[in-house]
Design a protein around this ligand. Structure first.
Ligand code: GLN
Length: 474
């Protein structure tokens, strides 16, 4: 791949070059088509926006995100355009409104170039469960980019856009970010409005940015975050984007290393990189503290009970009558529901609906759903205790580097275990970021994860910036 779009900072200083940068971007996406990162381009919309931003800037308007070209996962709404969720059931559906996060980014001068591939309804860890066919890892086309926001991760990693939006319910931004060697931030729950994000597990979902560095992720977060009257779970927490961007860490931190996250099941090279980063941060003046998060080992199990329970309820709205695909051979109302859902949803989504319905059913509610809610509280309790002793936590993002396409698709349990280190932060609602920090012997990227207390998004990104600096030296 030869074509690269001009850097965001360059376009920020030369907004008059934006219309030609959009053309370059579209050509680069065309060249990179075999990666299958994009499922829908918004070429005319982007061209129009580029002219608008260039003109507004020429007239002295201050647009903080001018010069930034973004991709958006195809489960986030943009009025009048595709919102397929990579599902047959929504294949031809067009969104009726724009997500608050997207509207705020566009208002600040960002240009949205297209919609990206994902696992159907954001369920998966590999970007293979999709009606559009798998997205490929940009460094090794036989491998997965991670999921479910694989298309957005690849768009950033392949240099096709400056940043991208995904959604993170159990790791769908951090895991592909780690696999592809880019930054992926899951904000504190409530920090970014979910209005316009197709619901999967509503108590876990967050719209989340990918970028090539922590500074850009911070800019996107600040602009799209904050209270939104369309989402009652959005937090009334002041969000503003300081013109100087993310400031360097001014203080010495206590950095927790959770022993349970470095035990068996973790690829040795990843453990080595986490320890290397820890030593680097210690040399830079921070204190390392060993901590224990014993309930995190139950997080995947709890996540797959709660996320499927919420999904089974959220996905009840796709009934063949109101949205998208309808099976026309159906002869009764009941048949419309069952045939449309059976034909419209893919295998993994059907599996989750069945699992979720089961754990919510009268006979099993106490044994599974209610118990999982209790354990969720214990997972959170571990973090609250830990944050009494440390400022942030350093951990691996994923147990392995990118795996082969097809390797786990028929083994859902193996696939679910890709989320062991990412689901705890979603259950606890805390912010977490994956930052590239090394490579394995196959030259595949390795990410490390920094987690912090609720609303410490800025702090974990500051630590991320330090790791970026260290990584240059490691
Ligand atoms: N891989 C996880 C799942 O399949 C996480 C998904 C997500 O974060 N959207 O549920």
């Amino acid at each position: 791949m030869t074509l690269k779009i001009p850097p965001h900072q360059h376009l920020k200083n030369h907004p008059e070059e934006l219309p030609s940068a959009v053309e370059t971007c579209l050509q680069a996406i065309e060249q990179a088509k075999p990666l299958n990162a994009f499922v829908h381009l918004l070429a005319d919309r982007a061209r129009h926006k580029a002219v608008e931003v260039a003109q507004a800037t020429g007239q002295g308007e201050e647009l903080p995100l001018r010069g930034m070209i973004l991709a958006v996962k195809d489960n986030i709404a943009i009025e009048g355009t595709s919102l397929s969720c990579a599902s047959r059931i929504l294949k031809d559906f067009k969104s009726l409104f724009t997500a608050t996060a997207v509207a705020r980014l566009e208002k600040a001068g960002a240009i949205i170039i297209g919609k990206t591939n994902l696992d159907e309804f954001a369920m998966g860890s590999s970007c293979e469960n999709t009606i559009f066919g798998p997205t490929h890892h940009p460094l090794d086309w036989e491998r997965v980019p991670g999921g479910s926001s694989g298309g957005s991760a690849v768009a950033v990693a392949a240099g096709l856009v400056h940043a991208a939006l995904g959604s993170d319910t159990g790791g769908s931004v951090r895991q592909p970010a780690a696999f592809c060697g880019v930054v992926g931030l899951k904000p504190t729950y409530g920090r970014v409005s979910r209005y316009g994000l197709v619901a999967f597990g509503s108590s876990l979902d967050q719209i989340a940015p990918f970028a090539t560095n922590c500074q850009d992720a911070f800019a996107v977060l600040c602009i799209m975050g904050g209270k939104d009257e369309h989402d009652s779970t959005s937090a009334a927490y002041p969000m503003s984007y300081p013109t100087e961007g993310l400031k360097p860490l001014g203080e010495k931190l206590r950095i927790g290393l959770p022993k349970e996250y470095l035990e068996e099941g973790l690829q040795a090279e990843i453990a080595e990189v986490v320890l290397q980063v820890a030593r680097g941060l210690e040399k830079a003046g921070h204190d390392l503290v060993e901590i224990s998060l014993p309930y995190s080992k139950l997080a995947v199990g709890v996540y797959y009970i709660l996320a499927t329970a919420e999904a089974s309820s959220n996905l009840a709205r796709y009934d063949g009558a109101r949205y998208g695909f309808r099976e026309h051979s159906a002869e009764s109302l009941q048949d419309i529901y069952t045939h449309s859902r059976a034909g419209g949803f893919g295998r993994e989504v059907r599996r989750r609906i069945m699992l979720g319905t089961y754990v919510l059913s009268a006979g099993y509610y106490d044994a599974y759903y209610k118990k999982a809610q209790r354990v969720r509280r214990l997972v959170l309790g571990d973090f609250l205790d830990a944050f009494g002793k440390v400022d942030v936590i350093l951990a691996p993002t994923t147990p392995t580097t990118a795996f082969k396409i097809g390797e786990k698709i028929d083994d859902p349990l193996a696939m679910y275990l890709s989320d062991v280190y990412t689901t705890p932060a979603n259950l606890a609602g805390i912010p977490a970021v994956s930052v590239p920090a090394g490579k394995d012997t196959k030259r595949l990227p390795i990410g490390v994860q920094i987690m912090g207390p609720h609303f410490s998004d800025e702090l974990i990104l500051q630590v991320g910036c330090d790791i970026e600096r260290l990584h240059g030296r490691i």
